[in-house]
Write a protein that binds this ligand. Sequence first.
Ligand SMILES: [Ca+2]
Length: 192
Amino acid sequence: MNTTTKTVTNRFAAPAAAFVAATAFAASAASAMPSGATSPASIFIAEDALVTITFDSSSAGWSGNLHRIEAGSQDSLSDGLGVALLNNHSSSRGDSVDLGFIAGGTDLMFAYDVVTGQRNTFRMDDESGDGMFATAQPAANTWTLYVEDWINGDYDYNDAVFTVTASPVPAPAALATVGLCLVGAGSRRRRA
Ligand SMILES: [Ca+2]
């Protein structure tokens, strides 16, 4: 009698464990895309603005550089990439780069250049790369940019995470700000 009871218990335990494993897998699959994010990514600067990008985090073993794709750059892998803005390994949380004045109506585009591991260059303006980026927009002028660095990989979009912040300004004011900065810089240099 006791033996039968134990056997029944063990037979029940196996499916239960399998159920837990299946549930964990389902939960893992469902949580791959960060909450609130969608892909392809979209960062549309509606109004003239001063824009900043900040490094948030990385969960990637591979190293990658983030570049901004300037208007007019060539639409082919590794062409038209300017200076690397931030790196998912060497940048620290909170490091930011000022992208300067961005005209209203601009689709802000970035490229992510994976320089170790499965090396590749992904561009938001290239249909072969746009699925490697996802965005969320937690506020009117704030976007979270998520990067996936592994083609046919896990698509958890946490290999490099950045925040893009736009501070809308009328174009003349933006120019005046730049002018004041230049005057200020000149004054400091003269005093030094
Ligand atoms: Ca990944």
